[in-house]
Design a protein around this ligand. Structure first.
Ligand code: EPS
Length: 385
């Protein structure tokens, strides 16, 4: 089983991610992990904290001569802004944050709650997910995440863009300050972020992750807890500030008749040697998952992020000590972190795909997984092609 947990506080010494069950034989491209961490720190609308931090993951265990050994990997992202012991206690919970319920539930102040619930923790998830992306690349599986909406500004890519290769999509996305696939339309979204910032407000948005070249059969129909769509939904809904998850055409499918909601199955002899094994679809409304299993089409996951609840012009709250009506507390924050959220989602999705791959094909070494994927696909070809 490939799993990970994170530890660490926003202004503590750093953020750790412990990855267990990572196969042996993966060359750990530290530069790729560093790039993902740096991407998470950027994007238009980020606040002052990112000027302080230059995130990089130190790989403390599980690696010999730059190659994974099959033992647990401990990643460490140091906080430059370490000052936890001197941070003041707060008494005015922010609506929309973990402050109130966390303080009541744990019987502590707001400070310990916000330090752990802070989105700073996503540095650990990105480090673990970047590691998972390196594993997926060994088998030609590629993951691309991008921003599709900022507040009310639509940045959905043109249909032709989605036919680009993952590398081309990434290049286009990286040319956008917002990490959208519509750099030509970014200005409207940047204007909306500027306006929100100006008025002490914040903006959310919608992000998408697409997984290319995943084989048939990740996840299973046989048990609810092992369905791939269920795993993806949990990973995405568990990102700070995410309030919605959609697989494929998702909510739109609810209002379509069945005749227009599904993806017909065709046979294409010429594609027997591709991941589709010859079973091709003219559409991908299912987003690459049917019956809780990957069906070799691109896996498409969409996530909705609410606006960050830390507002410079705060909402009404109460003082926990006096019960007086007050304004919620404000600490330095981001006006919009949707670009960062696209990096986080890309990497948590990558981790779930890697975990499902290890579950299906075994997880001791890259070589073993490669042989088993080949055997699985060859067996299907022999039977059906
Ligand atoms: C966050 C508040 C801000 C954000 C932080 C999430 O941090 P600070 O209070 O230090 O200014 O910048 O996100 C990060 C530090 C990060 O690296 O993503 C919050 O309250 O959730």
């Amino acid at each position: 089983m490939l799993t990970y947990l994170t530890a660490g506080e926003s202004h503590g010494k750093g953020i750790a991610a412990l990855v267990d069950g990572f196969p042996a034989g993966v060359t750990l491209d530290a530069e790729f992990i560093a790039r993902e961490l740096q991407r998470r720190q950027s994007g238009y609308g980020r606040g002052g904290r990112q000027a302080i931090e230059t995130d990089a993951a130190e790989i403390l265990t599980g690696v010999l001569h730059g190659v994974s050994m099959g033992s647990p990997i401990l990643l460490w992202v140091k906080n430059r802004d370490y000052k936890l012991e001197s941070m003041p206690e707060l008494t005015r919970p922010r609506p929309g944050h973990a402050d109130l319920t966390g303080a009541l539930k744990y019987g502590v102040g707001i400070r310990p709650i916000l330090e752990r619930s802070s989105a700073r923790e996503t540095a650990g998830r990105v480090a673990a997910g970047a590691l998972a992306q390196l594993l997926l690349r060994e088998f030609g599986i590629e993951v691309v995440g991008y921003v599709e909406r900022v507040g009310a500004v639509d940045l959905a890519p043109e249909a032709a863009t989605l036919a680009f290769t993952p590398t081309e999509q990434r290049r286009l996305r990286d040319s956008s300050e917002l990490f959208s696939l519509r750099p030509d339309a970014d200005d409207a979204a940047k204007g909306a972020i500027d306006a929100a910032k100006e008025s002490g407000d914040t903006l959310g948005g919608v992000v998408v992750t697409r997984v290319y070249n995943a084989p048939f059969g990740l996840g299973t129909h046989a048990q609810w807890s092992r369905k791939l769509d269920g795993k993806l939904a949990q990973a995405v809904a568990a990102i700070q500030a995410f309030k919605g998850v959609e697989i494929g055409a998702g909510f739109e499918l609810a209002s379509l008749p069945g005749s227009r909601a599904h993806d017909e199955i065709l046979w294409d002899e010429a594609r027997v040697r591709t991941r589709s094994l010859g079973f091709v679809r003219p559409t991908n409304r299912a987003g690459g998952v049917e019956g809780g299993m990957s069906n070799s089409e691109p896996i498409v996951v969409r996530g909705a992020m609410k606006p960050i609840p830390t507002l410079r012009k705060p909402l009404r709250s109460i003082d926990l000590e006096t019960k007086e009506a007050v304004e919620a507390s404000f600490e330095r924050s981001d006006a919009c972190a949707i670009s960062a959220a696209s990096v986080v989602m890309e990497n948590v999705v990558a981790f779930e795909i890697a975990a499902a791959l290890v579950e299906k094909f075994g997880g001791d070494s890259v070589r073993e997984i490669r042989e088993r994927i080949e055997l699985f696909e060859e067996t299907i070809r022999n039977r059906f092609a």
